[in-house]
Design a protein around this ligand. Sequence first.
Ligand SMILES: Nc1ncnc2c1ncn2[C@@H]1O[C@H](COP(=O)(O)OP(=O)(O)OP(=O)(O)O)[C@@H](O)[C@H]1O
Ligand SMILES: [Mg+2]
Length: 464
Amino acid sequence: MQINEQTPRQIVEELDKYVIGQAQAKRAVALALRNRWRSRQLDDAMRDDVIPKNILMIGSTGVGKTEIARRLAKLVKAPFVKVEATKFTEVGYVGRDVESIVRELAETAVRMVRKERMEAVREKAEQLAEERILDTFVPETKPSTNPLGRLFGAADSAAAKVVEEDAEPKYKAGRAWCKKRLDAGELEDELIEIEVEDQGRPMVGMFAGSSLESMGGDLQDMISGLMPKKHKRRKVAVKEARKIFAQEEAAKLVDMDEVSTEAIQAAEKSGIVFLDEIDKVAVKDGQMSGHDVSREGVQRDILPIVEGSTVMTKYGPVKTDHVLFIAAGAFHTAKPSDLIPELQGRFPIRVELDSLKEEDFRRILVEPKNALLKQYQALLATEGVELAFTDDAIQRIAAMACEVNAQTENIGARRLHTIMEKLLEQVSFDAPELDEKKVVVDAAYVEEKLSEITESRDLSRFIL
Ligand SMILES: Nc1ncnc2c1ncn2[C@@H]1O[C@H](COP(=O)(O)OP(=O)(O)OP(=O)(O)O)[C@@H](O)[C@H]1O
Ligand SMILES: [Mg+2]
């Protein structure tokens, strides 16, 4: 599998399209990625000793930590998983055990490699799919088992042969004719009956309640592997059948053993794990209570994986020594130093994310590729409503978000979502019936809809 070739600058540029500000965090993740690429260029002996430098992102809520991770995931061509540290509980407690992170990473890698390989054989698979569609239209003529022929003995078998030879060119012509119409796209909506594998997993129900997940799905697979593959006849349009067949053929062309081997390598050498909400499992010194014991337990469980250990997955063992970990947390109450020391040491790169100011809010509203305002405009456009915002309106919204954050709780850019929702509630509700299809949101409109709420602390606490 290809590793990212982008330079740090290119990665930052790409992130800039979605995340406003936070230059330091972007640089850190970009560098970490590039370092993976660099270590790939080293000779084997050296490379083994170069371990990735894990990153700890610190920043209050709603400033873009998870957003950076999400964008990074889309950007990098590497197996990437994002997990919330709070999801894990110590082994033996209910919940997911931390090794499932690595299993998930392997799973992601397999999915990626498999997709890549299937893409590579797509043309071939599409050809085979077309053959199968032709088969349903013009079934192959079976070697004659004409019962009459046999009944009348050898004398008549010559006659039967004639019939058979006669059938061959007819069959070919029929196929050619059918192929022509197929190629011309004339048959795309035609319904045909095809046989498909039944995807249902009837057995799983039996195990409801037992922790199937903790078995890593192995047992699930084993069980469904033991069951005879069920086939089901379905009527579908040709264009649908084409997709189903192509998928099946591609799957047959791809060697899953090779996929597993390559995937494990990819997970080991370029895998990235984003550990969100790490602060939630940190415990403030000297304030340990019953619940906190289990939090510290989670940290102790995470430790070996971050330090490097081998985890069994159904595709084979995965060594985590070279997996890159990026942890993030708001660290409002707990501090990074409240993490157990071994874990702190494993995250040598610390980056702080800045808290967002009015100007950042203004930019977040309009600049990112899928900025909030663009989203609302696109949604209302489906109702035929054209929504426009004047500059002073946008400025006002940003200012209000700041005000409310300061007055009540600072939830960062998430505040923009609650404010926008309130601001556009009326238009959104009326949209299908509006006579005037152009709605302009100006400062006065913002004022009218929101000033009453933002001015009263109590109101904004509940509504925004
Ligand atoms: N710097 C930013 N640029 C663009 N959008 C942002 C930025 N910061 C936050 N947002 C938007 O705000 C929302 C919340 O951000 P995000 O999920 O990244 O918060 P977070 O830092 O992970 O907070 P938490 O600590 O609560 O998990 C997202 O929808 C995101 O689009
Ligand atoms: Mg988050």
